[in-house]
Design a binder for this molecule. Structure first.
Ligand code: PGA
Length: 251
């Protein structure tokens, strides 16, 4: 049995006080949520204070990105060591907004993934096709490329710290959620890719989260699918009550 992993990706929202208020409201709403792993991913500036507010709770702290070096002359970047220092145990890598707006390619994302894992961060590694790729029949080839290049060089032990987030780009922030059948089909395909590359044990153990307009009213039917192992939630994670409802649907 894979423990569902439900993470909130707060993107570039929330000042520090708002981030702290949100987790302060969230904590009691999910305090008795067993059988589910919960993560919130605030902006860099709110990480430390949010982590302090989360101390002793069942909610872990994650970042949204990192750079594959420890220290150095890399103006504007942040290292896994700094994220660990701020209280993070997780980071997101490869979100479609990073791929699209910041031109992060498969090779660079693979470098980030391997570096973050080597430093002891766990990683939610995002993949997913655009609408155009889906409509032109390129979806499976895109997912295959993102998995084969993105996860290249990972050892069996590395997979203890990796979750895959399948986020169809056309469903992110659009209000259009993949149907449970569309999600399951993609997740099953991705699990097959993991099996072919890394073997049965890893394919069965790795959690595949769904992301893209997840809301309290569609979470239950998505998580009911055998290959959907949790969520990466954007918009609906910004409010404690809606994020808690999604967590509670997954437990
Ligand atoms: P959304 O974002 O839930 O607002 O669609 C998901 C994501 O980008 O991780």
């Amino acid at each position: 049995m894979r423990t569902p992993l439900v993470a909130g990706n707060w993107k570039m929202y929330k000042l520090i006080a708002d981030a702290v208020d949100t987790v302060t409201a969230l904590k009691p709403l999910v305090a008795d949520a067993e059988g589910v792993e919960i993560v919130v991913c605030p902006t860099f500036t709110a990480l430390y204070a949010t982590g302090q507010a989360l101390a002793g709770s069942n909610i872990a702290l994650g970042a949204q990105n990192c750079y594959p070096k420890d220290f150095g002359a890399f103006t504007g970047e942040i290292s896994p060591q700094m994220l660990l220092d701020a209280g993070c145990t997780w980071t997101i890598i490869g979100h479609s907004e990073r791929r699209q707006y910041f031109k992060e390619d498969d090779a660079f994302l693979n470098e980030k993934l391997r570096y973050a894992l080597a430093q002891g961060l766990k990683v939610m590694f995002c993949i997913g096709e655009t609408l155009d790729e889906r409509q032109t029949g390129a979806m499976n080839a895109v997912l295959e490329r993102q998995i084969s290049k993105g996860l290249a060089g990972l050892s069996a032990a590395d997979f203890a710290g990796v979750a895959i987030a399948y986020e169809p780009v056309w469903a992110i922030g659009t209000g259009i959620t993949a149907t449970p059948e569309q999600a399951e089909e993609a997740h099953e395909f991705v699990r097959g890719l993991l099996r072919a590359r890394f073997g049965q044990a890893i394919a069965e153990a790795v959690r595949i989260q769904y992301g893209g307009s997840v809301k309290p009213d569609n979470a239950a039917e998505l998580i009911a699918k055998p290959n959907v192992d949790g969520f990466l939630v954007g918009g609906a994670s910004l409010k404690a009550d809606s994020f808690a409802a999604i967590v509670n649907a997954a437990r």
